[in-house]
Write a protein that binds this ligand. Structure first.
Ligand SMILES: [Zn+2]
Length: 95
């Protein structure tokens, strides 16, 4: 016997016109960009989709292993054949 569950309704506020304009412009600007996935380095779970112009630092929680990870996006730009992140960080050596 199948249990009947009422369809959940999510509460949403109506968007302000300026916010709507920003969303539409953001959507149009990302049309030519390529996308890449950001995965948890500990368990490999998908975290976010990033566009090719993403830069800077980002903190993201992993829902699988419950770790809170801070990424420098320059370090996690490309992956090797086996899914291991290549070291693209330019680290300064102190000698
Ligand atoms: Zn994880």
């Amino acid at each position: 016997m199948r249990q009947k569950v009422p369809i959940r309704e999510y509460k949403r506020k109506p968007l302000k016109p300026e916010v709507q304009t920003k969303l539409e412009r953001s959507h149009q600007e990302c049309h030519d960009l390529t996308e890449r996935e950001l995965r948890c380095p500990y368990c490999g779970r998908f975290l976010l989709t990033l566009f090719s112009d993403a830069a800077g630092h980002l903190t993201a929680p992993c829902k699988n292993c419950k770790s809170l990870i801070t990424f420098n996006l320059a370090c996690f730009r490309r992956k090797g054949r086996r899914g291991i992140f290549l070291d693209n960080c330019k680290t300064e050596t102190t000698e």
